[in-house]
Design a protein around this ligand. Structure first.
Ligand code: M6R
Length: 369
């Protein structure tokens, strides 16, 4: 069943290029535009949306955090992202023009289900992004966009996360397409890039041996920190979550700009810090700021593990370990940047003798509140 892999997690990590490609299949028309009629939300409703709220838990929440950047950029509709377990307890402001997106691999997460029920009671339109056909969350939603990751067995979410990202990008781009924004040309270009991205995920997977070696060498550490900015910030959170749940280590993700507001006090000699570096193209200001962050933490003794685009030479002098990822449009970078963090956590956990498919205290789907 594991297809020759030592764990379902390794198998599912390896399946990511196919999962990403399958989630795009049939959703990009021959003219290069998106065909998401399957949503069956009338264009008039999509055009009238004045607010998007994403509710989700755990890894799916991280996909939602990334989606916010994409939705606000391409549609200019305000977007909030909230942990489903917090959402309905704070009297959220919703109405008939709100689009609530519930992201859930299993489609059975109770917190997310209760959040979407609450949203529907307030008159919002609810769209589920789900990996499980006919699960409760899509059944109770107004519309559903299925991810086609195939069954995910390992407790730690990997291929489902990448396909949730793809689905979120599709929704963001489709909203932009339907409503028409000044980003029309960019939207068409990004759809083309998205169509090619599964190959890039495959390329990342082929270069993971040094990451595995590094992970094994860090198995005796107590703490690993993760830093990112912009869409790299949720990627850092996801890297930390993977390490917590699999390796049972203290791991934390921070927005790199927050370092000076507190977390930099944690830096000590030989502390491993993983830094997800934004592309030097595009929002280059962020790139330059994060390069300074890497210098700052390294000057204080951190062991820097730098995830940076191919061709980004500015990071080289400050990287104790350098992990290369292919160049992608800024907003799509999480699709390639997350993969090394999954491999890192899986290998480190294995080196510590942990059972990666069934981490202690965790269940694959959390059907209690
Ligand atoms: O099935 P869901 O996507 O609703 O699950 C949400 C979380 O429970 C899930 O992502 C959890 O955080 C994973 N174990 C993370 O790897």
């Amino acid at each position: 069943e594991k297809g020759g892999y030592a764990s379902f997690m390794l198998k599912e990590i390896a399946e990511q290029p196919k999962a990403v490609a399958d989630t795009l299949l049939g959703r990009i028309g021959v003219d290069g535009a998106l065909t998401l009629d399957e949503l069956r939300i009338p264009a008039a409703v999509l055009k009238a949306v004045d607010k998007v709220v994403i509710v989700a838990c755990g890894t799916a929440f991280h996909a939602g955090l990334i989606a916010k950047y994409a939705i606000e950029h391409w549609t200019r509709i305000p977007c909030e992202v909230e942990l489903a377990s917090e959402f309905r307890y704070r009297d959220p402001i919703l109405g008939g023009r709100s689009l609530v997106i519930a992201v859930s691999q299993s489609g059975e997460t109770m917190d997310t289900l209760m959040a979407l029920r609450h949203a529907r009671e307030q008159g919002a339109t609810v769209l589920a992004i789900c990996n499980t056909n006919g699960a409760t969350i899509p059944r109770e939603s107004d519309a559903v966009l299925y991810t086609h990751a195939g069954p995910e067995v390992a407790v730690a979410s990997t291929k489902a996360f990448l396909t949730q990202l793809v689905a979120c990008y599709l929704v963001a781009l489709y909203l932009g397409q339907v409503r028409g924004t000044k980003w029309g040309d960019e939207i068409r270009a990004v759809i083309r890039d998205l169509a090619a991205i599964s190959g890039e995920v495959g390329r990342v997977l082929e270069t993971m041996e040094p990451v595995r070696e590094l992970a094994r060498s860090l198995s005796g550490k107590k703490t690993v920190l993760f830093l990112g900015r912009h869409v790299g910030y949720p990627v850092a959170l996801e890297g930390a979550l993977k390490l917590k749940e699999l390796a049972y280590m203290h791991a934390e993700g921070f927005a790199a700009g927050e370092l000076k507001h507190g977390p930099i006090a944690l830096i000590e000699d030989d502390l491993p810090v993983v830094v997800v570096v934004p592309s030097p193209r595009g929002r280059s200001v962020l790139h330059d700021k994060i390069v300074s962050n890497i210098q700052e933490i390294r000057a204080r003794g951190a062991r820097t593990i730098v995830i940076a685009e191919e061709g980004d030479e500015a990071v080289v002098p400050y990287a104790d370990h350098l992990v290369r990822i292919p160049a992608t449009p800024t907003l799509l970078q999480p699709l390639v940047a997350t993969v090394p963090l999954q491999v890192f956590a899986c290998e480190l956990a294995t080196a510590r003798g942990n059972e990666v498919d069934q981490p202690r205290n965790l269940a694959k789907s959390v059907t209690v509140e």
